[in-house]
Design a protein. Structure first.
Length: 241
């Protein structure tokens, strides 16, 4: 895992079984992106929460059964710090529950080295932006991972958000637009109460009614820019002064 400005990334391993904890450290070091990471360990909920308070943790490997305590209590603290989380647990029945609160991946125990290395590769390596690299969307086929770079724009639709993909597909996601605005990378800009677009999807800016603007996107869609957002959106998209 790389870090900006010379800062080493910090990984917190939360596991109450000492041999399993040591093995996770060894497997972490086997991934080329994490060889220089600072590794911290905790074996209970209290220790993990304290570690999250004391320093910036970029990634956490989290067991869900910590001396009988629920690791989801640590997940809540990690969400406040925007730490990325990979759950490593024998409780595979809790995988969907974990994905719903935004974990990067869920690795079942007993841990396969190949499976853990795959999960580590899914974590965002740029520590300047620790938002999840993928969204997990429910479809008729089950849970589907959607990479932000595959999204052209988003539109609020009642209790859901429509994700319009480069492929032409439209998926419904059950997070609010405000939540996604916090989670998605800086490539996306909120242009309207109900719309957010990927900057490189904008082909041109057109005049809209009464001082508003309309964005022409690469897929032919037109997205409105609200009047109060026109100036900041133009600065972001066009470098306008």
């Amino acid at each position: 895992m790389n870090a900006s400005d010379g800062e080493s990334a910090t990984v917190l391993i939360v596991e109450d079984d000492l041999p399993a904890q040591r093995r996770l450290v060894r497997l972490l070091r086997a991934h080329p992106a994490y060889r220089e990471a600072q590794v911290r360990c905790a074996d209970d909920v209290g220790g993990a929460r304290l570690a999250l308070q004391r320093e910036t943790v970029h990634l956490m490997l989290l067991d869900l059964d910590l001396h009988g305590e629920d690791g989801f209590r640590v997940l809540a603290a990690a969400a406040d710090t925007r730490t990325q989380v990979i759950v490593v647990s024998a409780h595979a029945n809790r995988a969907i529950e974990a994905y719903e609160v935004g974990v990067v991946d869920f690795v079942p125990k007993p841990v396969s080295e190949a499976r853990l290395l795959l999960a580590l590769g899914r974590a965002r390596l740029d520590t300047t932006d620790r938002r999840p690299a993928e969204l997990l969307v429910r479809t008729r086929q089950g849970l589907e991972r959607v990479a932000p770079q595959d999204i052209l724009y988003l539109r609020g639709a009642d209790d859901y958000v429509e994700l319009w993909l480069r492929s032409g597909r439209r998926l419904l996601h059950d997070e609010s637009l405000a939540q996604l605005e916090r989670r998605l990378p800086a490539d996306f800009v909120r242009v309207h109460r109900s719309h957010m677009v990927r900057r490189d999807a904008v082909q041109c800016v057109l005049d809209g009614p009464v001082g508003t603007r309309v964005l022409q996107l690469s897929n032919g869609a037109r997205v409105p820019v609200s009047r109060r957002r026109v100036a900041p959106v133009l600065r972001v998209l066009l470098g306008a002064q």
